[in-house]
Design a binder for this molecule. Sequence first.
Ligand SMILES: Cc1ncc(COP(=O)(O)O)c(C=O)c1O
Length: 426
Amino acid sequence: MTKLAINGGSPVRDVKTNPWPAWPVWDEKEEKALLEVLNSGVWSYNGPKEVEFNKLFAAFTGTSYAVSAANGTVTLQLALEALGIGFGDEVILPGLTWQATAATVVDVNAVPILVDVCADTWCIDPKEIEKAITPKTKAIIPVHLYGSFADMDAIMDIAQKHNLYVLEDCAHKHGGEWNGKKAGSIGDIGSFSFQLSKHLTAGEGGVLTTDNPDLAEKLDALRNCGRRPEGDAYADRDKGAGVYSDDGNFIQSGNYRITEFQAAILIEGLIRLPEQNRLRDENGIYINSLLHHLPGVSPMRRDKRETKEAYFNFAFRYHKDEFKGLPVEKFRKALESELGIGVDASYEPLNSCSLYVPLTKPSRYKLDEKHWEEIDPSRFKLPVCEKIYKEESVCIHHKILLGSKADMDMLGEAIRKIYDHADELL
Ligand SMILES: Cc1ncc(COP(=O)(O)O)c(C=O)c1O
């Protein structure tokens, strides 16, 4: 008789009667805030909700400035522009990340240098950064991926030694802390996404954080068609050196603003976030302690310096050899059937990622033959990223961590069940 749910057996969790926690989370507070915006007629453009959210998010991350924008892709692009990165520059970033981290580098005419990640955290490997530095290197973009933090001590040391900018891609790390410092407050600029799957969301949206008033002023101008920032936020500053046009007023840019509806939802979400993060961290520690004792899987390594964890996906590592050679794809499908929740692979490594294909756009990126060859992602070797993607990665949406300890036990039970019945799938 078959036991595994994927073969018709009973699942570990029947989601019809026992659903997982829902995402996104909202209640009458969001409804009230949205109606307030609707009735005010101020639906966008430096409105009171946006101004308030920026202040709250800066305080939340312990930074001096936060500047919100349309999404976590344009935030990366605007950050690169504010740092003055462009043609002839190289930017080092991990080969395992969402395509936007690299695509935005190409969009500002610079060259993404893809390097390998650490096998046990899936974040950029500082040793690989060192090897990739050339006289053209201008910046490093560490990505705090899923439930892990990039080694910010090592990265900041390298940046200081080689005089490089650090742009933290914090799309997965709202509220995570490294040595007591919030993600987005360690490098020169932090970039966050509020897309629907993220653990602070307005459907879409993004924000940039920095302690540097010159950068904050540039970012503010860049997200608003190049206009000088309004109000008194930067009133006591000199007119930005070299960023504005000759008359000192404007710079070239486009419209990357968020709406008041987004800001209204974000304010309410930000109030909930610390408690949600606390619960996810507590459940993450609990389930990781179970994973330590289960055969064929291992938790991501949590560095002692990660004083607060923030999860986008809950990820862990699968070891096929201990599962009688069962391919990870089959394991993920079986786990999905047992739990009734999506179980995915990691991002595709960027040297062979179906959505990171800059060479499909010669009319935009073929600035010269050399640049064209330099932006070809296939020139980079990323063996660790490839092994993670093809053989090891198991990723589940962070909503699973909003459940109870009994819910976490079910994840452990499902893994054990597949291990015990792996023969059914071989
Ligand atoms: C690591 C990373 N950076 C950037 C982004 C881009 O954010 P957005 O979808 O808001 O444009 C994402 C989105 O998934 C991401 O995961």
